[in-house]
Design a protein around this ligand. Structure first.
Ligand SMILES: [Zn+2]
Ligand SMILES: [Zn+2]
Length: 136
């Protein structure tokens, strides 16, 4: 049986990555930090095992956006690619919209809805959480 492989990368193509296996908890994050980091009102994320995510071209640059959080991006074009929290060292989150085929993984919930912008109306019936669901 072959494992599922998800490939993705940044806008300029300098950084490419691949995730092998399951991507869990696909979600929209409405938090203020994701907003700043990406310039978007909400960001779709999926979680995978740290060792299942591999950079296949270029180098992921990282920025510490809070005490325990590192955000990965392409230093050339600025595309936001990853999120990792030191409290969850075995996992890393990837921005679902940077997958080569973003239609393969649809978010199943909204997180940090308390930070949602008033003009960012949620038009689906997915579960909405005021904060995060993993405690991070
Ligand atoms: Zn790039
Ligand atoms: Zn967020």
């Amino acid at each position: 049986m072959s494992e599922t492989v998800y490939a993705g990368g940044c806008l300029c193509g300098a950084v490419r990555y691949q995730v092998t296996g399951a991507v869990s908890n696909p979600c929209f994050c409405h938090c203020a930090t994701c907003r700043r980091a990406t310039g978007a009102p909400m960001v779709p994320w999926g979680t995978c095992a740290r060792d299942a995510m591999r950079v296949t071209r270029g180098r992921l640059s990282e920025f510490r956006s809070s005490a325990q959080v590192w955000r990965g991006f392409c230093a050339r074009c600025g595309t936001s690619l990853t999120y990792r929290h030191e409290a969850r060292p075995a996992e890393i989150d990837v921005t679902l919209a940077t997958l080569d085929d973003p239609t393969r993984l649809a978010p199943v919930m909204h997180l940090w809805v308390k930070d949602r912008l008033p003009w960012m109306e949620i038009g689906d019936s997915l579960p909405r959480h005021e904060g995060g669901v993993t405690g991070t």
